[in-house]
Design a protein around this ligand. Structure first.
Ligand code: ZN
Length: 147
């Protein structure tokens, strides 16, 4: 696992809080959508499970291991997408990726995820932060093809 990048204290606290007490961590007995991702650069792993009901993310859980950036990003992501429509979730993915890869400032909709903005100064770590988001984007492609 790669060492922790130097981030502002406030952001670091938010990231470590999610890393130590991940939200929505665990396994669902049954899921509508699931997928997993691996970041070989750092050794991060993430498995995502979603229950989609009436076009909304009703439930989301994750399992994973790896660095604080990858696991905190996943934890924050599950918090922010729960209850949102698939269209809204897709928009969150766009906003988050724009922040991480296109130097766009954090959109207010991203909430605590703003804490990861500083990670883009460490290009090798961007893959840690975006791992779960790529998994999410991938599994949502199934939603389109099912309709
Ligand atoms: Zn990592």
């Amino acid at each position: 696992m790669l060492p922790e990048p130097e981030l502002d204290d406030l952001y670091r606290d938010i990231i470590l809080d999610h890393y130590r007490q991940p939200r929505n961590r665990g396994k669902l007995p049954k899921a509508d959508l699931s997928g997993e991702g691996y970041n070989p650069l750092c050794g991060d792993e993430v498995t995502l499970q979603l229950i989609v009901d009436n076009g909304k993310v009703r439930q989301v859980m994750f399992e994973g291991r790896g660095c604080s950036i990858s696991q905190a990003s996943t934890s924050m992501m599950t918090e922010i997408i729960k209850g949102k429509t698939i269209a809204e979730v897709r928009e969150m993915i766009e906003l988050f990726k724009a922040m991480m890869t296109k130097d766009q400032p954090a959109a207010p909709e991203l909430g605590d995820l703003e804490a990861l903005e500083g990670v883009r100064k460490f290009p090798v770590r961007v893959k840690c932060a975006t791992l779960a988001w790529n998994v999410l984007q991938d599994i949502l492609k199934e939603v389109k093809s099912k309709k």
